[in-house]
Design a protein around this ligand. Structure first.
Ligand code: AMP
Length: 280
């Protein structure tokens, strides 16, 4: 497995691969890899000849300095895991390599960024959009792989690809969970043992909401979820929304709709998100 820290070294490698007729799959990450990330690598390997995984904790998408400061950085262990998956190339640039100058450009994703994550993390999707556009230009993949765990990010990237005519196929891959249901996340490493023990309540709340939607109105389901999580020691709900899967706007009537149950909650200073997709 090749590990590149500069754009030019990565591009030399990819040029040769392309000349040899190889297709390129791309999995962008911020490192601190877990099985969820590896599932994207495995899917990428099924679709393409050469898989590139980027590991870059992108400062411009953090709207919270503490979150950026404590974001786990485990490059050596990450590379060992990727080598174990026979990933062909890792791209782990420095912030200076990615941003010799801070971008002038900013990307406005309109209504899509005014709800859920966008509403609570101002500027986040501008940072995501710019870094992913840069990475797409650097890697020029045929296929790119993202996790449904970050559902709003998937929709943002889809807009980015369509609006800027990136010539690649997007794949949205299912969320991998721990045995107790907690969505795998790099941020789970920052949980205390007590917080880790309680964290699966977030998924439990989503599953209960899913069941209740068969009989109760979205408003009633929301109220029940808020009450349930308020009873869980150490979980502070930021938002829970029953949303349209395309616009992510709240929906009042679910019949015949594709619905996303989206949640964000704090455990101490650690912020966790999760979602379920349902069809009624
Ligand atoms: P991150 O390193 O958190 O930026 O995530 C990199 C990619 O892995 C994103 O496309 C995420 O949506 C995806 N991802 C993160 N957690 C999971 C998970 N539990 N299951 C599947 N994909 C995930």
């Amino acid at each position: 497995m090749h590990i590149f820290h500069t754009i030019s070294h990565l591009q030399n490698f990819l040029y040769t691969a392309r000349q040899a007729g190889k297709t390129i799959g791309f999995v962008p990450t911020m490192g601190a890899l877990h099985e969820g990330h590896l599932s994207l690598i495995r899917t990428a390997k099924q679709h393409t000849d050469i898989v590139v995984c980027s590991i870059f904790v992108n400062p411009t998408q953090f709207n919270n300095a503490h979150d950026l400061a404590v974001y786990p950085r485990t490059l050596e262990a990450d590379c060992a895991m990727l080598a174990g998956e026979n990933c062909e190339a890792v791209f782990a640039p420095s912030a200076e390599e990615m941003y010799p100058n801070m971008p002038y450009l900013s990307i406005n994703f309109g209504e899509l960024e005014q709800v859920l994550e966008g509403k609570f993390r101002p500027g986040h999707f501008n940072g995501v959009g710019i870094v992913v556009a840069k990475l797409f230009n650097i890697v020029q993949p045929n296929h790119a792989f993202f996790g449904q765990k970050d559902l709003q990010q998937c929709l943002i990237i889809r807009r980015l690809v369509n609006d800027l005519s990136f010539s690649l196929q997007l794949h949205i891959c299912p969320t991998l969970r721990e045995a107790d249901g907690l969505a795998m996340s790099s941020r789970n490493r920052n949980l205390t043992p007590e917080q880790r023990a309680t964290a699966p309540k977030i998924y439990e709340a989503l599953c209960t909401a899913k069941e209740q939607l068969n009989n109760l109105s979205p408003q009633a389901v929301k109220a029940n979820l808020v009450t349930f999580l308020a009873q869980q020691e150490g979980i502070i709900l930021e938002y829970f929304e029953i949303a349209d899967t395309q616009t992510l706007k709240p929906i009042e009537e679910i019949k015949g709709k594709e619905v996303a149950l989206c949640i964000a909650a704090f455990m101490g200073k650690t912020r966790l998100i999760d979602n379920l997709l349902l069809t009624f």
